[in-house]
Design a protein around this ligand. Structure first.
Ligand SMILES: [Zn+2]
Length: 318
């Protein structure tokens, strides 16, 4: 059994694990990165630390895979742009290769997560997979015929910035009406907070959960309220699901996958989100009634998917 090391670089932490050929994590290690120190050097040192700790546990590890939230170039060496790490054209693989004597690949975290769900999770056995991650924004990835489709420059899968509403909500990317303004965790929280701030009588349950402080409301609180049967929270999630279905219908028109895997924090809402998404998807799908419909399923590997996928991609490359 050849093990590989997977590393997940987040905004405030570096998480790593030794992953075996079945996608099981055998050992874990984790370091927080100082909040203001997002300089490449600090994060690099932290990655080297974590890798060294894991290699003591698993001297047989054959490769290191790194999943980073950001644009990673198509040769999987350079982080072109990472908004949460203030990295710009960071030659991460070469920098790490000077300090770690194993083959290293760097990939986008959504690519890594989709790969893991295809190999070991919700999309096993499916030849055409698309993953949509609903977090603060929307990330995504495409795995077709056992290959991650990265695009010419490595930036494919940024579905969150497809325009779905002409002149709609302003997006931080500079455009208006982007999909992630309607179907992400941020969208859910924005809408729920707006109802509390408007003193809406239907938002009393949600307001009570945060003592009336709209700014304290989070996505998980909305999901919990919906699970407890609050109709407003249920409706807010259904609305996110509706917008999810619209975007997925667009993706199906372009890519025709067999399975959509929905991951990210909001996917914890399960059927409260996916039920409405499937309903809208069926109503919006081009050629509906005359074509097979893609499955829409929840991701199975949770927030360790990126780490597992990064390790497995590195093992495959080595
Ligand atoms: Zn945008």
């Amino acid at each position: 059994m050849s093990a590989a090391i997977g590393i997940d670089i987040g905004g405030t932490k570096v998480a790593g694990g030794v992953v075996d050929e079945n996608g099981e994590i055998r050992f874990r290690a984790r370091r927080d990165t100082p909040h203001r120190s997002k300089r490449p050097q600090v994060v690099e040192d932290t990655i080297v630390d974590v890798v060294e700790e894991l290699r003591e546990q698993a001297p047989d590890a054959v490769a290191v895979g790194i999943g980073a939230a950001g644009f990673v170039d198509a040769d999987r060496a350079t982080v072109v742009f990472a908004p949460h790490l203030s990295w710009r054209h960071e030659p991460l693989r070469d920098a790490l290769s000077e300090r770690i004597d194993l083959p290293i690949v760097v990939d986008n975290d959504a690519n890594a997560a989709a790969w893991a769900e295809w190999r070991f999770g919700a999309a096993q056995g499916e030849s055409h997979v698309m993953m949509v991650n609903l977090g603060t924004g929307i990330g995504g990835a495409i795995v077709m015929d056992g290959t991650v489709i990265r695009g010419r420059y490595g930036i494919a899968g940024e579905f969150g910035h497809m325009q779905v509403v002409p002149e709609g909500q302003r997006c931080e990317c500079g455009n208006r009406g982007c999909w992630e303004q309607y179907a992400s965790g941020n969208a859910l929280v924005r809408e729920a907070r707006a109802m509390i701030l408007a003193n809406s009588p239907v938002a009393t349950d949600l307001a009570a959960r945060v003592d009336g402080r709209a700014e304290d409301l989070t996505g998980p609180i909305v999901t919990e309220a919906a699970r407890d049967g609050d109709p407003t929270a249920t409706e807010l999630l259904a609305e996110i699901g509706h917008w999810l279905g619209i975007g997925i219908a667009n993706l199906a028109a372009a890519f025709d996958p067999g399975t959509f895997v929905i991951g990210g924090g909001v996917s914890a809402a399960g059927e409260l989100l996916l039920g409405p998404a499937r309903e809208t998807f069926r109503r919006r799908l081009t050629g509906r009634g005359y074509r097979p419909e893609a499955r829409i399923v929840a991701a199975r590997l949770g927030n360790e998917a990126g780490l597992i996928g990064a390790a497995d991609l590195a093992r495959a490359a080595a």
